[in-house]
Design a protein around this ligand. Structure first.
Ligand code: BG6
Length: 494
């Protein structure tokens, strides 16, 4: 049976989605809410309120959400469950900024509280383009829709990534949000932290004894983090032109994976203990100086990107990036962490590979046998084919001494018989319950921008001239291989 905290139902609330007719609401949020409804995990009394500029009637909104849930839910839609969710859906049309912008929402929520019994508790989900986060936060304050921390009824705000465009704008946004909310009410979402396989990184490291002694510079030669996607930008040209891969994936998802793989054990399982350790790692990453850019960063753009809708014909937005970073602490000094991410790559795969050092001496005398010995690799497969694989050398059966790579495999599906739930399900529920463990705190977002901002600045100064520089369906630009080859390292063949 699930532990008590996992079974605890969140208190009644109105869940307000800003940007309700956008990509994220239809693709991720509504399907997640639907699956939570199927699991009977939503609050007993909930209203899900779409808010947007589009003029939509309630029925139209429900019909379009149904279409999205049909298309994107991980489980087929069952009519009875859908009807229960649909009965909680409301739509409010309005602006995000300007005097009185959210006065209509405030009124609508007062009425919704009465009809649904949601007790004045609110989650505001900012699923809009980042450019309107600031006016929405201020309009929420001006409309009197915010509340004191730890008060009742409670209010919380979930903010989508990227939080800001660079360090300066993130600091500015922090200041703006601080005028409307207390830090304890701000849930900055990075949905990778809600993935089962990502949460398992901590269980793997801290519920087992045998890995910790080798989890350091004495045994680990390099770490490779790959977040590869085979899809392109999927009609999100405008969003992607504003972000690019460094803001979209590296600054958030990839650095959070790095933090989890590299962090020290927290003192306990309290939300802030874990968040403290994640931020320690981010703060220990050695800044990449302009002079080191060439040896540490490679960017790319796939052929055809410039022809995508809403993309400039001479765009220099990178759709691929590879980085080499070092963590300046006792555990990891000198160990390169390679990170790569891109759109339209050969396949969709997210993996963290811990590559161990070579053996110090080869016993087997013959040179050709010694050459058969590869480094051991622990591959933590985040998605798809979720699992963990340990590669090591074994004797090939036969009289001659021959060595081959073999793997010990753990596969989620065969071990647990089911696909893990979607990250958004876990995260939406955590926020409704008031558990911020899997959300990123202000200091963590700032620390990751501190690393990424100089890279963005250097790219802006001398825009890449060789774009497009990789073919769709490949593994990115050739220079990314070069980045590792200099150290006699190679990207794993995925
Ligand atoms: C989002 C990015 O945060 O993550 C998208 O904005 C990307 O560009 C997506 O496609 C990938 O998420 P997942 O869960 O499919 O790996």
């Amino acid at each position: 049976m699930a532990p008590a905290w996992e079974r605890a139902r969140p208190e009644p609330c109105a869940f307000v989605i800003f940007g309700a007719s956008g990509h994220l609401a239809g693709r991720k949020l509504l399907p997640a809410l639907y699956n939570l409804a199927v699991d009977d995990a939503l609050p007993e009394r909930i209203a899900i309120v779409g808010y947007g500029r589009s003029r939509l009637g309630r029925d139209e909104f429900i019909a379009s959400m149904r279409e999205s849930v049909d298309r994107h839910s991980r489980r087929p839609v069952a009519e009875a469950h859908w009807q229960r969710l649909a009965a909680a859906l409301e739509y409010v049309q309005g602006e995000y900024q300007g005097p009185q912008a959210l006065a209509g929402l405030r009124q609508a929520l007062a009425d919704i509280d009465r009809r649904y019994g949601t007790e004045g508790n609110r989650v505001f989900y900012l699923g809009t383009p980042p450019s309107v986060f600031e006016p929405i936060a201020l309009s929420l304050r001006d409309a009197g829709l915010t509340c004191a921390p730890r008060s009742r009824p409670w209010c919380r705000v979930i903010v989508e990534k990227p939080f800001g465009r660079d360090l300066e704008s993130a600091l500015h946004l922090d200041e703006i949000f601080a005028q409307a909310f207390d830090e304890s009410q701000i849930y900055r979402i990075d949905h990778y932290l809600g993935k089962e396989t990502v949460q398992n990184l901590l269980v793997f490291r801290f519920a087992n004894m045998i890995f910790e002694p080798v989890w350091n510079r004495n045994y680990v030669d390099q770490v490779q983090i790959t977040v590869a996607e085979d899809i392109g930008i999927e009609r999100r040209g405008q969003f992607y032109e504003e972000t690019g891969v460094l803001r979209d994936i590296i600054q958030s998802h990839a650095l959070q994976l790095l933090a989890l793989i590299a962090l020290e054990a927290p003192v306990d399982w309290q939300p802030d203990s874990l968040r403290d350790q994640r931020v320690q790692v981010l703060r220990s990453i050695r800044p990449i100086l302009p002079a080191e850019m060439h040896d540490s960063v490679v960017v790319g753009q796939y052929r055809g990107y410039r022809e995508e809708p809403n993309v400039a014909p001479d765009s220099v937005t990178p759709t691929y990036a590879a980085l080499r970073v070092f963590i300046d602490n006792w555990r990891w000094q000198g160990v390169p962490f390679y990170i790569r991410s891109g759109k339209k790559l050969a396949k969709r795969v997210t993996e963290i590979a811990v590559v161990f050092r070579c053996i110090p001496v080869c016993l087997f005398r013959e040179r050709d046998v010694c050459q058969m010995i590869d480094s051991d690799v622990l591959a933590l497969r985040i998605q798809p084919d979720e699992g963990i694989h340990l590669r090591f050398g074994a004797k090939l059966p036969g009289r001659a001494l021959r060595i081959a790579n073999v793997t010990m495999d753990f596969d989620y599906y065969s071990a647990f018989g089911a696909e893990p739930p979607e990250a958004y399900e876990r995260l939406l529920l955590d926020c409704m319950r008031g558990d911020p463990s899997l959300f990123t705190r202000r200091d963590s977002v700032e620390a990751s921008w501190r690393l990424i901002t100089p890279i963005l600045g250097a790219l802006e100064e001398r825009s890449p001239t060789d774009f497009p520089n990789y073919e769709p369906g490949s593994w990115g630009p050739a220079a990314a291989d070069e980045l590792l080859r200099r150290e006699h390292h190679y990207w794993r063949d995925l």
